[in-house]
Design a protein around this ligand. Structure first.
Ligand code: IMP
Length: 436
């Protein structure tokens, strides 16, 4: 097999950045297909932590081409900062990075609307990252968006923005107390952004078609997670894009069959940032312990993450809606010393039990987990490099979550560093290896 998708199988922050960085050398191309700077992919190596928001996590490997496809978003100012940060770290993305000219641009207007709407919603806010994601995707499907390639023509940007403002967007801004942008300012921004971004903008779909025709292996890098998918997540507490594997071909303009296998990344427990259903959340001592041990604070916003136990119905849902072939289980080391451990194996609603998350409907506030307890282990796992190195109880826990989720485990992460990883010898990843 050549082409693999790596997607989040919970509420985001599963550790996809580490997994993608680790396996990227097995591929020629790494491509992001959705989301924007709401994502925060952390890659740790050589004692340094690198946070990526737009740029694929393959960028730290010289021979790997990194692409961003049409279904993603970029915030040009932040993207330029990200490029500068990479240059400072000695990584030269130029020549290895290409962003589709069809990617929609997050304008200051979108960020302002995102923040103003969240403030208006008060206690019923979504808890967005306030990066302008929802309004920028809304602009795209309402057909008043600006695309990255449009920045080449600043006058056009001004014209398109003026047209959008006239169509009612200016009234919307005023109603929310958000500043109404000046088209002439947008044109000036566009000109400055384009100077920096023109060299990394181009035809990603064509490049993917060439890679596919030549049999060059491609890694599709997801952002956020299955339960944040706009259609299949815990709507309306979701992000505004298709986070699942099915979104890949539509976003990139390639055939569905190009996605040959899908790896879902799950934490060994669960976290969520922002508001919305989280049945296994522990708001007490244990949640605090997980937050501390797992350093569970958002990469993008620094917000403390809500923490809780592994949710098997949610994982099963992720397996089904993505067609996951295998799981990568991350942060396994964090569970050492917690005894007993719990797993939600199903949900109870009004006394009746269900094990399929899609049967919850709008009854999320009445969901109670059905728990199973597991004996914990005290041994640290950070030095484990083979499945045999894990204590028997840790192996049993891993086997159980795999069984409940309905997918085999292909990779286990026992610490943030690249080396702190166990790859299952006969697992899915054995099928990928750039011909070597
Ligand atoms: P938005 O994507 O900024 O609109 O936020 C919508 C929801 O998705 C909020 O609950 C965010 O906290 C969540 N979210 C968005 N991106 C990420 C991510 O990369 N990791 C975890 N949660 C995210």
């Amino acid at each position: 097999m050549n082409n693999l998708a790596v997607v989040g199988a919970q509420w985001g922050d599963e550790g996809k950045g580490k997994v993608v960085d680790l396996i990227a050398p097995r591929f020629s191309v790494v491509v992001r297909f959705q989301g924007g700077p709401n994502a925060g992919h952390t890659v740790v190596f050589g004692g340094r932590t690198h946070a990526l928001h737009h740029i694929p996590s393959g960028i730290f490997h010289d021979g790997v081409r990194c692409l961003v496809g049409a279904g993603a978003l970029v915030d040009p100012g932040r993207l330029i900062e990200e490029l500068d940060g990479l240059l400072e770290a000695g990584v030269a993305p130029r020549g290895r990075l290409l962003i589709s000219g069809k990617v929609h641009v997050i304008l200051p207007l979108h960020r302002a609307l995102d923040g103003a709407m969240e403030v208006r919603l008060g206690t019923s806010a979504i808890g967005t990252t306030r990066r302008g994601i929802g309004p920028a995707y809304a602009a795209k499907v309402q057909r008043w968006g600006i695309r990255l390639g449009d920045l080449a023509d600043p006058e056009r940007v001004a014209r398109e923005l003026a047209r959008a403002l006239d169509s009612g967007i200016a009234d919307w801004c005023r109603a929310l107390g958000a500043e109404v942008p000046e088209p002439a300012d947008a044109a000036r921004d566009a000109e400055a952004w384009w100077q920096r971004l023109a060299p990394v903008t181009g035809n990603v779909t064509r490049e993917l078609h060439e890679a596919l025709a030549a049999g060059r292996p491609i890694l599709f890098e997801g952002a956020q997670g299955a339960l944040l998918d706009v259609d299949h997540g815990t709507y309306p507490f979701v992000t505004s894009s298709s986070t699942v594997a099915g979104g890949i071909p539509a976003s990139l303009g390639i055939a569905p069959r190009a996605v040959e296998a899908v790896l879902g990344v799950v934490k060994a427990y669960a976290t969520r940032v922002g508001a919305g259903p989280f049945p296994t959340e522990d708001t007490g001592r244990l949640g605090d312990a997980l937050r501390k041990a797992g350093r569970e604070y958002g990469t993008t916003t620094g917000r403390p993450r809500r923490c809780g136990w592994f949710d098997a119905p949610a994982a099963r849902h992720a397996v089904q809606i993505n067609g996951l072939d295998a799981l990568a289980v991350t942060k396994f080391d964090v569970l050492s010393g917690i005894d007993p451990l719990r797993i939600a194996i199903g949900y109870r609603i009004d006394g009746g039990e269900i094990d399929d998350l899609s049967d919850v409907g709008d009854a999320w506030d009445r969901v109670e987990p059905v728990w199973e307890e597991h004996p914990g282990w005290s041994e640290p796992l950070a030095d484990a490099r083979r499945l045999e190195d894990l204590p028997a109880r840790a192996r049993a826990y891993l086997d159980r979550i795999s069984e409940l989720a309905g997918a085999p485990v292909a990779l286990v992460s026992v610490g943030p560093d690249r080396e702190q990883t166990i790859i299952a010898p006969d697992g899915l990843l054995g099928a990928f290896g750039r011909g070597d």
